[in-house]
Ligand binder design. Structure first.
Ligand code: FAD
Length: 607
């Protein structure tokens, strides 16, 4: 079974991606060039990623005392990815990019996430370099970002510390000016960093010549104290190996040391590290302290980081989606081939009959359709958000601003909804395999383990929920939520006149009204703790409403296509979502609107 027809349908029949080539930036593109990119990525993912997904799970990265060793397959896959030009796909032609719309880039990267999420397709490197292209100096772009796009260097994001995960204001890594001339370094104001960074993905390896860490740290005030809160956080480029102004390695190692590898539940093909900055293991010019170059203004580090958050969160949502999709395809294949049980006739089961394949049982069909509705729905949502990123960057000012606001409200959903529901899809894929699904002889347990990360990183589920209910639905006078409601109502208006969809359109309208009203009800006492106590149920209700809308809109596109099994399947997945999933929002919204304090008010000793 191939993912491609689903991607093609969503890109071309639903989102009309080729219309983007009417924009000046994408003028050289067409469906042909988009197809060529998709073909290449599909092929590399099939040949270099998928066959090695189990291998990278079993041969975890290990440290030989000097180097972190990864399987040769990871080197080969990442080399092929870099050579495809995908690291710089969205960049300008004059820096070697393809000026590819983000919608198509995201769709193309989906093939790698499905084939082997943990071999990795450079999401961190691209994100790191993209950030420098916006906030870096010309020299920082030349030396660091362009070498990352070329695949010579790779990138990391060093935010978390052992004591500072969700709460980045507690970052304790310190950065002090490096010498009298610190401001005149051509690579940017030069500092010495000391501190520990935890959970750093791809923090140590030999896949590239150098690793470019983007590190959040605080510059102490003149009394040597760190400014409390996020205001004091700055962003620094800290290369693993020192480079000169031409990007050549000087031969000197920077003072960044691997303190240990984390041994993870899943996603084992990517190293995960605890890094010590500036402990003196690799003194630079005889002194302890990791050399870092300031990016942007001092104290504005988080602002720079957040610049790339929308795309990073769409990337996480896409990874969760494609892991769910991989499980769906595997369990569909299994269900078509596994004989077990006999159908129930009016006279009970007839043991003389041969067993049927499990796909013939209604409950197995339920589990398959649930997976299809979660994963194909989530893919549609991610591509819709990716299309908004393109609108934000290339549409006229008013449309671009609408896209920006829509992304503000949709991004917590794009990140969190697939992390929860495509993980549930992975659980259903295991269930369909029965006992075999619980063994390492089949791939579905690995998909579940790999996917379990996505509710944790890039802002946990709880943090995303508080961001949605406490900030995003209220920001700019609630305009983002109103814009989204407008889009949902447009779909309702198009669907309500079609007999096949009228009931679903009405149900969506009934879901939207309480989702819009709940934030005010939650805040009625004026106590933020009352309002936010049930932020996760709100995230779930909001997410299910968004997915119901996406499915109805996708179904409208499917409806106008000619009769086929794929069309029947899409319409059934939409109906499944409306009949089995959307009604769940009543229970979730009830606790939000009534400010239910059952959990929040329970004293610790009662647990
Ligand atoms: C495999 C992996 C890869 C990672 N890669 C990177 C990376 O490359 N770079 C990087 O910087 N970080 C990375 N991280 C770190 C990741 O972003 C953090 O783990 C995450 O932000 C959560 O922080 P924490 O683990 O300290 O958990 P905590 O912040 O301690 O959270 C624990 C629990 O408490 C809840 N909680 C915390 N605060 C609140 C609150 N105020 N209100 C309500 N609930 C709350 C959380 O939702 C969570 O359920 C990675 C993590 C993992 C596991």
């Amino acid at each position: 079974m191939s993912l491609r027809p689903t991607v093609d349908f969503l890109l071309y029949d639903w989102l009309n991606a080729p219309a983007l080539s009417e924009r000046e930036r994408f003028a050289d593109h067409s469906r042909e060039t988009f197809d060529a990119v998709l073909d290449t990525c599909e092929r590399i993912a099939r040949e270099k990623y998928a066959p090695f997904n189990r291998l990278v799970d079993t041969q975890e990265p290990h440290f030989d005392g000097e180097k972190v060793i990864l399987p040769q397959a990871t080197h080969d896959a990442q080399k092929a990815y870099a050579e495809s030009g995908m690291l710089s796909a969205a960049q300008d032609y004059d820096v070697g990019g393809m000026q590819l719309p983000y919608t198509v880039e995201a769709a193309a990267n989906a093939f790698f996430a499905m084939a082997s999420v943990s071999i990795g397709s450079g999401m961190l490197t691209t994100g790191n370099a993209n950030l420098l292209m916006v906030h870096g100096t010309e020299r920082q772009k030349q030396v660091f970002a362009l070498n990352e796009f070329a695949g010579r260097f790779s990138g990391t994001m060093c935010l978390s510390e052992p004591q500072a995960g969700s709460s980045l204001s507690d970052v304790a890594t310190r950065a002090v000016p490096d010498g009298e001339d610190f401001e005149s370094d051509p690579l940017g104001p030069r500092y010495r960093l000391k501190g520990n960074k935890m959970w750093i993905s791809a923090g140590e390896h030999e896949l590239t010549e150098n690793i470019i860490h983007l590190v959040l740290a605080k510059i102490p005030d003149d009394k040597g104290k760190l400014v409390p809160g996020t205001r004091g956080i700055s962003l620094f480029i800290v290369p693993k190996k020192m480079v000169n102004t031409e990007g050549e390695l000087t031969g000197e190692r920077n003072d960044v040391a691997l303190a240990g590898l984390n041994h993870k539940c899943g996603w084992r093909g990517t190293t995960n590290t605890l890094l010590n900055f500036g402990e003196g293991k690799y003194p630079v010019k005889g002194e302890a302290g990791a050399v870092g170059y300031l990016v942007g203004q001092a104290g504005k580090g988080l602002h720079c980081m957040f610049h790339m958050m929308n795309e990073a969160r769409i990337g996480v949502g896409m990874a969760a989606t494609m892991l769910g999709m991989a499980g769906y395809h595997a369990s569909l294949d299994y269900a078509k081939n596994r004989p077990q049980g006999r159908p129930m006739g009016p006279a009970g089961k007839d043991p003389a009959q041969p067993p049927v394949r499990i796909i013939e049982h209604a409950d197995v069909k339920r589990m398959l359709l649930a997976q299809k509705s979660y994963c194909e729905g989530a893919l549609a949502l991610e591509l819709y958000c990716a299309r908004l990123v393109d609108e934000q960057h290339t549409a006229d000012a008013a449309t671009a601003d609408d896209a920006r606001l829509l992304l503000e409200v949709l991004t917590p959903i794009a990140k969190s909804w697939p992390s929860e529901w495509c993980l549930e899809a992975n659980s259903l894929a295991i269930q369909i395999h029965g006992g075999y699904g619980y063994t390492r002889d089949f791939p579905v347990e690995q998909y579940w383990r790999d996917n379990r990360l996505n509710m944790i990183h890039e802002g946990t589920h709880g943090i995303q929920a508080m961001d949605l209910l406490g900030r995003k639905v209220l920001m700019e006078g609630g305009k983002g939520l109103s814009l989204l409601a407008g889009r949902i109502n447009d779909t309702i208006q198009r669907a309500i006149h079609l007999p096949e969809f009228a009931a679903h359109a009405t149900a969506l309208g009934h879901a939207l009204a309480p989702v819009r009203a709940a934030p005010n009800a939650a805040r009625a006492t004026g106590e933020p703790t009352d309002a936010l106590a049930n932020a996760v149920p709100y995230l779930q209700a909001f997410g299910h409403t968004v997915l119901a809308w996406v499915w109805l809109d996708v179904a409208l596109a499917a409806h106008s296509a000619s009769e086929s099994a794929a069309r029947t399947g899409r319409l059934a997945a939409m109906r499944f979502f409306f009949h089995y999933e959307l009604p769940k929002i009543g229970a979730w919204l009830q606790v939000v609107s009534s400010r239910d304090q059952t959990c929040a008010a329970l004293p610790e000793d009662a647990f």
